[in-house]
Structure formats: structure tokens, C-alpha cells
Design a protein around this ligand. Structure first.
Ligand SMILES: NC(=O)c1ccc[n+]([C@@H]2O[C@H](COP(=O)([O-])OP(=O)(O)OC[C@H]3O[C@@H](n4cnc5c(N)ncnc54)[C@H](OP(=O)(O)O)[C@@H]3O)[C@@H](O)[C@H]2O)c1
Length: 229
């Protein structure tokens, strides 16, 4: 990935940390973004931290303008920003929870897509890899707002794949099951973590899709459920 400019959203998150490190290891130049990202989060000269709030259109635009000014192009977008809320049936889901899930899981991807697609089209070989969730295809009781927001983002990514194939842009979405992240270990202390998806495995798949190997894959919705199939 030498010479490639990669933007990772949620770069300091449970998955984003692995994704950022995997791209740095592959020789890419990586711009990591989140609200609280810091330059000291990765000790690699090819890493640049650019804090941004991407649940607003303006926040995403300012970020991508900064990337263009500093690096002159964008080859890969990896969007990992997202979050979970559960425990309420649809009948009991309050407006604030529903809105938060859609801001975090749908509006953020909508905003970053609108901001980055023009630059990604320009490269002639751009890549978008977004992180959905197993719940996008398999809704469960009590997680309706989360599942609906992730299902909608899958639809957006597939649309982007169709709309931009003329420019060599590939857009795919990965649907992880529960991942072995520090936050999940804390939230579910007695779980059998061997059944959980390894974030490093998802990161490897993402770099594979972003490289020459992923050139023929477009509009794919890829489940990664670990041993819990
Ligand atoms: N963990 C799982 O088991 C699991 C399972 C299936 C799917 N997923 C999906 O996989 C993705 C990554 O999960 P994760 O566990 O790594 O999540 P995470 O640790 O909570 O990371 C979320 C990242 O998003 C950033 N972020 C949140 N709101 C933001 C905003 N408005 N603007 C900019 N950045 C924002 C956070 O950083 P700041 O706080 O610094 O902004 C953080 O870097 C998510 O989309 C999640 O829904 C996770």
C-alpha cells in the first residue's frame, strides 16, 4: 500500500486501532480521525491525526478539505465509526436513542461518503470499506434502532457501489459479529471470548479489500461472524 493515502474514521476505536495499525504496517500513509484522536495514538511517521465530528455534514467536509490540502488525493476510505444501544423494544424506544443510533451509524457514513466520493472517484481505483454489523441482516429483539440504522447504511454503501463503478471506485461493507474489543470484555465479563471475532482478522480483510486483491469486489456485503455462525 506504499504511496496510498488512507482515511480511517474511528481510528482510535476498538476495531479502528487495528485497522490503522494494519495500514501503517502495509506502508500506507494513514489519516486517522475521530473526535478525540491524538497524534500520540500511533508512533509512526506515516500517521496523521485529524480530529473531526462527522455526524454533521460540515464536520465531514472540513475534515476532507484538510486531507485534500495536506495530501492532495485520497485512495481509500475505511469507515468504522458507529455505536450500539440496546435493551428497549421498538414500542419503548425513545426519540433520543433512535436519533443517536441514526446519527452515529447512518448520518456519519452519509456525511463522510458525500465528502469523500469526489476525491475517491478521481483516483480511478478508489476504495470504500464500511463497517456495518451482523444485526443489519439479523435483527434481534431489543436492538431495533441499532439494527435499522445498520441496515440503512448497508443500503447506502451498495448504492454507492452502483453509482461509482464507472470511475473504478469499489465500495463494500463488512458485517462483524461481536468482536473481541476492550469495551466488550468490560461490558460482558464472563463471555467465551474465543467465539468472538478478532479485530485483527477484520483489519486484515479490510487491507485486502483496499489492495490490488480487492479490485474485483464491489457492492459486497461480507459477514464475519467468527465461530458463532
Ligand atoms: N464491537 C463489536 O462487537 C461490534 C460488532 C459489530 C459491529 N460493530 C461495529 O464496528 C464498528 C467499530 O466498533 P468498535 O467496537 O471499534 O467501536 P468503538 O470502539 O466504540 O469506536 C468507535 C469510534 O468512533 C469514533 N466516533 C464516535 N462518534 C464519532 C463522531 N460523531 N465523529 C467522529 N468519530 C466518532 C470514536 O472515537 P471518539 O470518541 O474519539 O470520537 C471511536 O474511534 C462500529 O461501527 C460498530 O457498530 C462492532
Amino acid at each position: 500500500m506504499k504511496g496510498k493515502i488512507v482515511l480511517v474514521t474511528g481510528a482510535n476505536g476498538g476495531l479502528g486501532t487495528y485497522v490503522t495499525q494494519a495500514f501503517l504496517d502495509s506502508g500506507a500513509t494513514v489519516i486517522g480521525t475521530s473526535r478525540k484522536i491524538q497524534q500520540s495514538d500511533f508512533s509512526n511517521p506515516s500517521f496523521s491525526a485529524m480530529p473531526a465530528e462527522i455526524s454533521t455534514r460540515e464536520g465531514a467536509k472540513v475534515l476532507v478539505d484538510q486531507v485534500a490540502a495536506r495530501f492532495g488525493k485520497l485512495d481509500v476510505l475505511v469507515h468504522t465509526v458507529g455505536g450500539f444501544a440496546g435493551g428497549q423494544s421498538i414500542a419503548d424506544t425513545d426519540d433520543a436513542t433512535f436519533q443517536r443510533m441514526f446519527d452515529l451509524n447512518l448520518n456519519s457514513v452519509f456525511n463522510i461518503l458525500r465528502a469523500t466520493i469526489p476525491a475517491l472517484r478521481q483516483t480511478g481505483d478508489g476504495r470504500i470499506i464500511a463497517i456495518g454489523s451482523r444485526a443489519a441482516l439479523e435483527p434481534g429483539a431489543g436492538v431495533g434502532a441499532y439494527s435499522a440504522s445498520k441496515a440503512a447504511m448497508v443500503s447506502l454503501i451498495r448504492t454507492v457501489a452502483l453509482e461509482n463503478k464507472d470511475a473504478g471506485l469499489r465500495a463494500n461493507v463488512i458485517l462483524p459479529g461481536t468482536m473481541d474489543t476492550p469495551a466488550n470484555r468490560k461490558a460482558i465479563p464472563n463471555a467465551d471470548v474465543s467465539k468472538w471475532v478478532r479485530p485483527a482478522a477484520v483489519a486484515n480483510l479490510i487491507t485486502w479489500l483496499a489492495g490490488d486483491s480487492g479490485k474485483d469486489i464491489n457492492g459486497a456485503v461480507i459477514p464475519v461472524y467468527g465461530s458463532d455462525v
